[in-house]
Design a protein around this ligand. Structure first.
Ligand code: FES
Ligand SMILES: [Fe+2]
Length: 321
């Protein structure tokens, strides 16, 4: 599997650890992401934290039996108490906390209904932020309708789809190849596609605006038939698999929502497209030097963009074929 990709499984960026709704008040959850064992907990003030999972004392996994106490997480094995910064703040049976009683605490940011976690291969602090989405929580936008896939691939390869206008015709069966403009702005990548969309009442002008903030957070705004927002997050599970999730929100209008009408139909259509894409993704290989032709999309721009989320020496030069 590793040989299909010249780049590491874990790029630098913000990734979904959990949806906010997956971590209730005082709840504790084990996480298996980035090929590591982590633990998430929501403290008594409602703040979410992510720590390395193995208790520094004797290695118990805090995600299995750990309990929230105040702002900390109590280990199930010998009751050491860890706060959200990863510092041991209490050992009920000891007079003194030994030096070095620390766990790695991961930088998190909870917004847009997501608990995002910052991953950096050299543990550097965040170099960009995720925006607040105006649609999230707005009264005229439906709550998220969440779909999830475990895909045997890496998101930065899958996501090349955004600039690959030609595949829409041959993989998804659209009649025309949409016009796509691609623009890179630091860690942000914007793709604008304009196309004709077929409706029972004839063709209308439609658009898809895809914006990536780093390698793990993407919004897709679809206009035309129904106004839809997709919040796409993808988190590396390990070297092989990625946890891909799309959260759909539909602008509530005449007879449409994420459950009914054109909004629901659009979601079904996007799910069908996903199934079509997955077959390609799980079996393709990443060519560092693909053989492109003049009708192809802006792959060079996309690839320049994705490169920034890896350290210089992290890529190995692989062979094509
Ligand atoms: S292993 Fe956690 S307190 Fe002993
Ligand atoms: Fe696709």
């Amino acid at each position: 599997m590793g040989s299909r990709f010249p780049f590491p499984a874990n790029p630098n960026g913000w990734f979904r650890a959990l949806y906010s709704t997956e971590l209730g008040p005082r709840e504790v959850k084990p996480l298996h992401i980035f090929g590591r064992e982590l633990v998430a907990f929501r403290d008594e003030d409602g703040v979410s934290h992510v720590l390395d999972a193995y208790c520094r004392h004797l290695g118990a996994h805090l995600g299995y039996g750990g309990r929230v106490e105040g702002r900390g997480l109590r280990c199930p094995f010998h009751a050491w108490l860890w706060d959200g910064s990863g510092t041991c703040i209490n050992i009920p049976y000891a007079k003194r906390i030994p030096p070095g009683a620390r766990l790695r605490s991961w930088t998190t940011n909870e917004k847009n209904g997501l608990i995002m976690i910052w991953h950096h291969a050299e543990e550097k602090p965040p170099s960009f932020e995720i925006p607040d989405l105006p649609e999230y929580g707005a009264s005229d936008w439906s709550p998220y309708e969440v779909r999830r896939w475990r895909v045997r691939s890496r998101w930065l390869d899958m996501n090349e789809n955004a600039v690959d206008q030609v595949h829409f015709r041959y993989v998804h069966g659209t009649h025309t190849v949409p016009r796509t403009e691609v623009e890179m702005d630091g860690p942000v990548l914007r793709c604008r596609s304009r196309m004709k969309m077929g409706t029972p009442r004839g063709e209308i002008d439609g658009g898809i605006d895809t914006t990536d903030w780093g390698p793990g957070f993407q919004t897709v705004r679809v206009t035309g038939i129904a106004e839809t927002l997709m919040v796409n997050t993808s988190t590396p599970v390990d070297d092989e698999y990625t946890d891909v999730s799309f959260a759909y929100s539909v602008k509530q209008g005449a007879g449409t929502s994420s459950q009914h009408g054109v909004g629901a139909a659009l979601i079904r259509d996007l799910e069908k497209q996903m199934a079509q894409d997955i077959v390609i993704w799980e079996n393709k290989k990443y060519f560092e030097k693909p053989l492109l032709c003049d009708g192809d999309g802006a792959f060079p721009v996309y690839r320049r963009w994705m490169r920034q989320f890896f350290a210089e020496g992290a890529w190995r030069t692989g062979g094509e074929g």
